[in-house]
Design a protein around this ligand. Structure first.
Ligand SMILES: [Mn+2]
Length: 316
C-alpha cells in the first residue's frame, strides 16, 4: 500500500536524484546503487549525490563510480532519500530537496517523515530490503548487479545476519538474491577480507585505548584527531570498530568517540540486549536504531566522553 504513490510518481518522472546520509555505510551505498541501476533500466536520468566518497570496500558494486558530490546543477523532478532519518543527515546534499517532490525510504526509528511520500518500516533490517520491494513493485527485473547491491546493504546492516533486526523476510529476500546470481563468498571477500593496513593499525590502537565503566557493562573507545593522523587512518577505517567493544562478555553498551579532522566529535552507540541507545543519541541531536545509533557534537573529546558515559549509566 505505501508503495502505490511512490511507484506512480517514479513512473511519471524522468530526472531523478538519489540522496543518502553522510559517512556512507553498506546500506546507504547498496540501496543507492541498487535503485540507480534499476531506474536506469527504466530509462530514467538518474544521479546519486553524496557528500562523502564511496568507501573502498563498496567500489566493486556496479555504478559505484557514478556517485557525484553536491555542487553541480541538475534538472531534477523527483528526489529519493534513502536510509536517512532526518534532513540534517544529508549534509550539503540536502539542498537538492528544495522545492522538489521527495520520496523518503528508511528504516530508522527516529525518521522524521520529511518526504511527501514516506516508506518507513522500522521492521526492515535494512533500507535495501525496502528498495528490493520497491524495485519489485516497479516490475523491474532483478539482475545480478542489482542483487549484489541489495545483498550488500542487508549483510552490512544485519552484521552478517546476526542482529535482532534479522527476520525470516530478511533471509527470504537474501535467498531470492542468491537465486538471481549473488555469490555470497564473493561479496563477503570484498567486504570483510579486504581490510587496509591503516584500518588494522587503527583497530590495534583502539583496543589498547579501550576503557570500561559501570562494573564493565559499558566499554568505550576514544580516538583523537592525532590518533588518526599518526596512523594515516581515514574515517571509514573505523567501520565496525565499535563492535569489538560491544562483543565483550558482560558489556551491554559500547561507545565510540571519534574526533574528526574538522574537530567535531562523532559518537557511535551500540547495545546488546536491553538499553535503547537511540534515545540517548537523540538527546544529542542524533538518532538511529534501538541497538545502534549515532550523533555528532561540538566540544572537547574527554568532556563529552565523561558526560555520555554518565548519561548511559543513568539509563541502566
Ligand atoms: Mn540502514
Amino acid at each position: 500500500m505505501i508503495y502505490q504513490g511512490p511507484v506512480k510518481l517514479i513512473k511519471e518522472r524522468k530526472n531523478i536524484a538519489i540522496l543518502s546520509h553522510v559517512m556512507p555505510d553498506g546500506d546507504n551505498i547498496g540501496s543507492c546503487l541498487a535503485l540507480y541501476n534499476a531506474l536506469i533500466k527504466l530509462g530514467k536520468n538518474v544521479v546519486i549525490i553524496q557528500d562523502d566518497d564511496v568507501p573502498e570496500i563498496y567500489k566493486f558494486l556496479k555504478s559505484a563510480d557514478k556517485v557525484v558530490k553536491p555542487g553541480g546543477d541538475y534538472s531534477i523532478d523527483l528526489v529519493i532519500a534513502l536510509d536517512c532519518g532526518d534532513i540534517s543527515r544529508l549534509g550539503k546534499s540536502a539542498k537538492y530537496l528544495e522545492n522538489k517532490d521527495i520520496i523518503n525510504i528508511d528504516h530508522h526509528i527516529s525518521n522524521t517523515k520529511f518526504g511527501h511520500h514516506n516508506i518507513i518500516d522500522t521492521n526492515a533490517s535494512a533500507t535495501a530490503e525496502l528498495v528490493y520491494e520497491l524495485i519489485n513493485k516497479l516490475e523491474i527485473i532483478l539482475d545480478k548487479d542489482i542483487c549484489e547491491c541489495i545483498y550488500t546493504g542487508i549483510v552490512t546492516d544485519t552484521g552478517q545476519f546476526q542482529y535482532s533486526n534479522t527476520t525470516s523476510v530478511t533471509h527470504q529476500i537474501a535467498a531470492n538474491l542468491i537465486n538471481n546470481g549473488v555469490e555470497p563468498a564473493k561479496v563477503y571477500k570484498a567486504l570483510y577480507q579486504n581490510n587496509s593496513i591503516s584500518k588494522m593499525k587503527l583497530i590495534g590502537k583502539a583496543l589498547s585505548l579501550m576503557e570500561f565503566h559501570y562494573d564493565n557493562k559499558i566499554a568505550s573507545i576514544m580516538l583523537s584527531k592525532e590518533d588518526f593522523e599518526s596512523l594515516g587512518a581515514k574515517d571509514e577505517d573505523t567501520d565496525g570498530l565499535i563492535n569489538y567493544a560491544r562483543d565483550i562478555k558482560g558489556v551491554e553498551v559500547a561507545l565510540l568517540f571519534k574526533e574528526t579532522y574538522e574537530r567535531k566529535i562523532k559518537i557511535g552507540f551500540r547495545s546488546k540486549d536491553y538499553i535503547d541507545v537511540s534515545k540517548i543519541a537523540q538527546k544529542y541531536g542524533g538518532g538511529g536504531h534501538i541497538r545502534a545509533a549515532g550523533a555528532t557534537v561540538d566540544g572537547e573529546l574527554n568532556d563529552i566522553k565523561e558526560k555520555i558515559v554518565e548519561d548511559v549509566i543513568n539509563v541502566f
